[in-house]
Design a protein around this ligand. Structure first.
Ligand code: URA
Length: 240
């Protein structure tokens, strides 16, 4: 991540505010009326000092582990848009708890409404840039279902490079293998708009189902059900 966690104690009302539990006044109010526990103990003094990173809170009965920067993974289900202002489908933001939404987390790149799988979100703009910049070549793995049987030359063409309609320069898959008669595993290091669907269409097939199974070194955990989210503990989980 770009900024290091601060080792210095901060006021608990300030910590709650930074974690996204409301305005400064609302956070102080939650503390004063006894709705905040730190390490299991009720804290009623808004000025009490704690080191924020890793602090185990309970706010209105709900547990929360403080993270100075938010970096989370979501198992995106179909039927959600990555846009903050979705047009036809609910936003993936609705799947996150209010404190993360208030902190302004944003998706790291986008998945289409009908795509499922691993979506990263963070409140760190520099990190979004780092993970999506074409220069960084962060690999993303997609499990693709195709409408028609996959032909070996389609795999060869995807690996060799295909020209898409918005750029004369060919884009190639970093990896491509058949995983079934109508299934491919495709690894891409770019993040162009509808890239998988357009590349598969360019070789004469059609994507009928799309799931992202990894981003960098981070695999979507089998234990994370569609619609669930989890903290990513540090950038190294993604970049190695
Ligand atoms: N490529 C696509 O076509 N769609 C996605 O959602 C992601 C990559």
């Amino acid at each position: 991540m770009t900024a290091r966690p601060s080792p210095r104690p901060q006021r608990i009302d300030q910590i709650l505010f930074a974690q996204g539990f409301g305005t400064r006044r609302e956070c102080a109010g939650l503390i004063e009326i006894g709705l905040v526990r730190v390490g299991g103990e009720v804290v009623t003094d808004p000025a009490a000092g704690f080191v924020a990173q890793g602090l185990a809170l309970e706010v209105e009965g709900r547990p929360w582990v403080c993270h100075e920067q938010a970096l989370v993974m979501l198992h995106k289900p179909a039927g959600y848009e990555c846009s903050q202002k979705p047009s036809a489908w609910p936003s993936v933001m609705m799947l996150l708890p209010p404190p993360l939404r208030r902190r302004g987390v944003q998706p790291v790149g986008r998945l289409d409404q009908d795509t499922t799988g691993l979506l990263l979100l963070t409140d760190d703009g520099a990190l979004i840039h780092r993970l999506t910049s074409p220069k960084k070549q962060v690999p993303k793995v997609y499990e693709v279902q195709t409408a028609r049987p996959v032909e070996p030359q389609q795999v060869q063409r995807l690996l060799a490079g295909v020209v898409l309609d918005d750029d004369p320069k060919p884009v190639r898959a970093e990896g491509c293998e058949m995983t079934g008669p109508q299934a491919l595993r495709l690894t891409l290091v770019q993040g162009k708009y509808h890239q998988v669907k357009r590349m598969v269409a360019a070789v004469g097939n059609h994507v009928s189902g799309l799931h992202r199974s990894s981003f960098g070194q981070l695999l979507l955990p089998a234990t994370l059900a569609p619609g669930q989210w989890a903290w990513v503990e540090g950038l190294a989980a993604i970049t190695g």
